[in-house]
Design a protein around this ligand. Structure first.
Ligand code: AN0
Ligand code: CP
Length: 317
């Protein structure tokens, strides 16, 4: 694997999940792969899980790890070519990327959607520039339109907890006070559509995701109807995708919050969320603390998804 930005990069999902479960049982069995190799993790945005789980995964593989928070201590970076750089940005990404590439063997990048310019976000300009100019394998730690390490961890988690061959998985929009990217729901949909699960998306009118991510999923605007018989409830907020409201918060209606009454409509479903989660906006205390909440094992699997991805990148160096 040369780069990892979406579901197709990982190949057949049954093989990837099998490898993940193997790695989970033998985390330190591959330290030879990372010896004298350096991972550089670059963050344009905040992170708790991605930062720690990816660093841990790389350390499990015997790698050295460097972390750069671009907005804390580095020069402010210009990303657009052709700009007269007479403002507050001291360095251009086009120099910074090959320089960063020269100090490492693999690069992880977190760069969220700006939610202002849909074309710029959906062309994945930032991570694509890393792929083009770094000379190194690059993996996404959440880019503008996808969060594949999260989706891979979600898939591993569902495979571990499912009791039916073909579970019903419902991704539900839930309210949040601030505008969030579509990366997590886009990516989750992309990965679920690559399985044979019964996959349903529910959200209020106006929150339709890009058709290429919705794919073959069923879209049900009635949240209660969507939740009927669900085996997994995957809650997430996202801002509007459709024009003219791209990146906007259209409502914060707590009628969409996942609570005990909604969970009672399901087939005793497990509750999932990528975290960080705002309690009593996205999900009530009762549901996230219930014995059907698997948000902690889900987060723990971020170490495993990252380890499989970095392992495969190391194997292809
Ligand atoms: C981010 C998002 O929704 O994309 C990261 C989630 C993993 N969430 C927030 O910014 C709260
Ligand atoms: N789920 C996730 O990616 O969390 P962080 O934003 O804390 O990395």
């Amino acid at each position: 694997m040369r780069n990892f930005t979406n579901v197709t990069d990982i190949g057949p999902l049954d093989i990837a999940v099998k490898e993940a479960l193997e790695v989970k049982n033998n985390r330190f069995g591959y330290t030879h792969l990372g010896k004298n190799k350096t991972l550089l993790m670059i963050f344009f945005n905040s992170s708790l899980r991605t930062r720690l789980s990816t660093q841990k995964a790389a350390m499990n593989l015997g790698m050295n790890v460097m972390v750069l928070d671009v907005n804390q201590g580095a020069w402010k970076l210009e990303t657009e070519r052709g700009v007269v750089m007479d403002g507050d940005k001291a360095e251009h990404l086009l120099e910074a990327i090959p320089v960063m590439g020269s100090y490492c063997d693999i690069i992880g990048v977190r760069s969220f959607a700006g939610l202002k310019d849909k074309a710029e976000d959906y062309e994945e300009r930032v991570i694509n520039q890393f792929i083009k100019y770094s000379g190194r394998p690059v993996f996404s730690m959440e880019a503008a339109t996808r969060h594949p390490l999260q989706s891979f961890a979600d898939l591993i988690t569902i495979e571990e907890f499912k009791t039916k061959e073909r579970p019903k998985v419902v991704m539900t929009w839930a309210p949040h006070p601030k505008a969030l990217p579509q990366a997590v729901p886009n990516s989750f949909a992309e990965w679920m559509n690559a399985t044979d699960y019964d996959f349903v998306i529910t959200h209020p009118e106006g929150y339709e995701l890009a058709p290429e991510f919705v794919g073959k999923a069923r879209v049900e605007y009635d949240q209660r109807k969507a939740l009927e018989g669900a085996d997994f409830v995957y809650a997430k907020n996202w801002s509007a995708f459709a024009d003219p409201n791209y990146g906007k918060v259209l409502n914060t209606d707590r009628a969409w919050t996942v609570d005990t009454e909604k969970m009672a409509l399901t087939d005793n479903a497990f509750f999932m969320h990528c975290l960080p989660v705002r309690r009593n906006m996205i999900v009530t205390d009762d549901v996230i603390e219930s014995d059907r909440s698997i948000v902690i094992p889900e987060a723990a699997n971020r170490e495993i998804s990252a380890q499989v991805v970095i392992k495969r990148l190391l194997e292809s160096l």
